[in-house]
Design a protein around this ligand. Structure first.
Ligand code: HEC
Ligand code: HEC
Length: 628
């Protein structure tokens, strides 16, 4: 078996692609049009990397998704309610079973009629028999917080990424026994296995990389940096150099044949340079919005490995499916209710196809795509908890010149949120001009999953790190690093103003607050209980004095303190909840890890006298802090 790898990223030749037309469908909407003032059409950053013919078929079970094509309908996992639901062709429910709230992704073995579902809170993979009924056949115990999932080509191995414990774990599907596990970086998400089964790609929320994991021998992960080179056709107008840009928010990966893989991500520029290198505020965007939406095409061609990107208009892209028969790639973004089709996706003749707007009086929030046997696309609408079918293929089986929504199924299950919280959830993810200038950003663009992008944004004269919100907004006021906003409403109002948004109404802002307060806190990783106890003793000790400021349920005195810090005169004591998921640390992100922070290596000095701690004590204290 010939082994192909995606390793180093080599620069590729750069050509501009002209004449790509954007075709929009005329699907009628009963809602106000989405205002993406800056909607770029599909443009590649370099020479297409595909071949002269479509890439070889790649089974859907090689990557996880929220939706899989089953018979002529779909199987979906709804994170909101935690239900796994089987639907018919029109999106009506045929069967359902409870897996667990906040569930991760699923993968489906059509031959064995088995679905493998990551139960994010239950720390297991639920193996579900899919027939007229849905029935849990067995459970595979995983490390903490499983999310991404994929089967090997022969379906003998199921692989799962776990977020809190940062592990990729593989199980034998026949025996249910663990085969191997390997360490991952922080905030891993989706996984895709290559068609020859030699390697897997793991996407990450905050590292700017995808990991390529060797599945044959070492099971080691190698990092591939996602390219943030700016688009050549745009760069002459752009103030943003690639050095200042970061790849963030990669939720999924997908192989198209052996030689190519696709990773959607966000390109974020938290500090813009203007003219002679002068730094300027970029929070609300300057000439260009500081966040754009990208597709990375990773390719290996014999010895050479290359990568190009395409900018797309789909905000927070994370739903992806490839129709090999028509060589059409489909991508949808959680923040925009539309799907883009890329024709000849795996070939040198790659080009933008048709786009489709999703329908309904409420926002769909597309979070998963699957291609049915007829080549049409089923969309999982996470906000309405329903399945829409979009027809991209005509009656003759050819790609249609315009797409249309064939059926929009009913809401399948009640939301676990109150009406108000649910409204807030939609507002949090939607890219609209009330929230940010020209609707270029949503709250979740920087706070994906209610967490943080790990970047420090230039706001006025400060560079301030994006804080984690999940689990950290109740009993922690005032808000912002300088404690400048007395309550959540004030914080949200000032945020939208800074982002250049026109502002939400008072009830909408309240809904947004209600959602933030209902966010599931990050799960703590598993740590040795004795080590944690030793660390807690240190934390509680009068000598360390941590409790004098980090006390109470949320580990904050809700007060400001003055440290010798480079930029912020007064800093509000942050809550320490969910600390394991909130690296880097301090208002300026200057401490990359908790070890670094305790060794006083950030730019904030004088918070605690940790110099006397032994390495063992630092490890104990870190273990304790990570369990908060
Ligand atoms: C461009 C990235 C970005 C976007 C978009 C964004 N935030 Fe933030 N958020 C940040 C940064 C950076 C801070 C810290 C700012 C400060 O301390 O002054 C922050 C701070 C906050 C805080 C204060 C948290 C605390 O513990 O003090 C809240 C609440 C918040 N954001 C919610 C939101 C909401 C709701 C939206 C959408 C309306 C949003 N953010 C959009 C980056 C962003
Ligand atoms: C005098 C009050 C005070 C004391 C004592 C104190 N802290 Fe802090 N802590 C703060 C403030 C204020 C910040 C924010 C500083 C900044 O970012 O500029 C902070 C930040 C942190 C952070 C970073 C949180 C994040 O999300 O970025 C951690 C972790 C932390 N403290 C842990 C500790 C530990 C452990 C101790 C005891 C060894 C301690 N602190 C003692 C006030 C205090």
């Amino acid at each position: 078996m010939r082994r192909t790898t995606l390793s180093a990223v080599l620069p590729v030749g750069i050509v501009g692609l002209a004449g790509l037309a954007l075709t929009q469908t005329a699907a009628a909407r009963s809602v106000a049009p989405r205002d993406f003032g800056f909607a770029p059409s599909f443009q590649l950053s370099g020479r297409p990397i595909g071949g002269a013919k479509p890439a070889a078929a790649t089974a859907a079970h090689l990557a996880g998704s929220r939706i899989a094509a089953v018979d002529d309908g779909a199987l979906v996992i709804d994170a909101d309610s935690g239900q796994l639901i089987k639907t018919d062709k029109t999106g009506k429910q045929l069967a359902a079973i409870d897996i667990g709230k906040n569930a991760g992704l699923l993968t489906y073995d059509p031959a064995g009629k088995l679905a493998y579902v990551a139960d994010r809170t239950g720390n297991r993979v639920a193996v579900v028999k899919v027939g007229e009924k849905l029935e849990v056949a067995s459970s595979l115990k995983t490390p903490t917080e499983p999310f991404g999932i994929a089967l090997s080509p022969d379906k003998k191995t199921v692989m799962v990424t776990t977020i809190a414990d940062r592990t990729l774990v593989a199980f034998d599907t026949a025996s249910g026994k663990e085969k191997w596990r390997t360490a991952l970086g922080r905030e891993p998400r989706g996984i895709a296995v290559s068609p020859d089964g030699t390697r897997a790609l793991v996407a990450y929320l905050t590292t700017g990389t995808v990991d390529q994991v060797d599945l044959l021998e070492s099971h080691k992960a190698e990092h591939i940096a996602l390219s943030t080179a700016s688009n050549p056709r745009r760069s002459k107008f752009s103030s943003m150099g690639s050095a200042d840009s970061f790849a963030r928010g990669a939720f999924t990966a997908l192989f198209m044949g052996e030689q190519q893989a696709i990773v959607p991500f966000q390109r974020e520029t938290p500090v813009q340079q203007i003219g002679g290198g002068e730094r300027t505020g970029s929070y609300g965007g300057g000439f260009e919005p500081p966040i754009s939406h990208q597709l990375a095409f990773l390719a290996t061609n014999g010895e050479r490995t290359s990568q190009i990107t395409a900018q797309i208009g789909q905000h927070q892209p994370r739903a992806l499916a490839w129709d090999q028969a028509h060589d059409a790639l489909y991508i949808a973004g959680l923040g925009s209710d539309s799907i883009i089709q890329i024709k000849n996706a795996s070939q040198v003749s790659i080009q933008e196809g048709v786009s489709a707007s999703l329908i309904g009086k409420d926002r769909c929030g597309p979070d998963g795509l699957a291609v049915g046997a007829d080549g049409n696309v089923m969309v999982w609408c996470a906000f309405t908890r329903s399945v829409q079918r979009v027809e991209f293929v005509d009656a003759k089986g050819q790609l249609a010149t315009a797409a249309k929504v064939g059926t929009a199924g009913p809401s399948l299950v009640a939301s676990s949120f109150t009406t108000k919280q649910h409204e807030g959830m939609v507002l949090f993810h939607a890219s609209q001009s009330q929230v940010s200038a020209r609707g270029a950003m949503a709250c979740s663009s920087c706070h994906p999953d209610g967490r943080a992008d790990g970047l420090s944004w230039r706001i006025d004269k400060q560079e301030l790190q994006t804080p984690v919100l999940a689990g950290r907004v109740v009993g922690t006021h005032p808000f912002k690093w300088d404690g400048g906003d007395p309550d959540l409403t004030a914080s949200l109002t000032s945020t939208m103003k800074r982002l250049g948004g026109t502002g939400l109404t008072k009830p909408q802002t309240e809904a947004l607050s209600a959602y933030l307060e209902a966010l599931t806190p990050p799960t703590a990783p598993a740590r040795d209980a004795q080590q944690v106890a030793r660390g807690q003793k240190l934390f509680d000790s009068a000598e360390m004095g941590c409790r004098s400021c980090h006390d109470g349920k949320a580990y904050t005195d809700q007060d400001k303190h003055k440290f010798q810090s480079a930029t912020l005169p007064d800093a509000d004591t942050p809550s320490l909840l969910g600390l394991a998921a909130s690296a880097p640390y301090y208002h300026d992100g200057s401490a990359a890890t908790l070890e670094a922070l305790l060794r006083d290596r950030g730019r904030v000095h004088g918070m605690a006298e940790a110099a006397k701690l032994s390495d063992g004590q630092v490890a104990d204290l870190v273990a304790f802090l990570e369990t908060l």
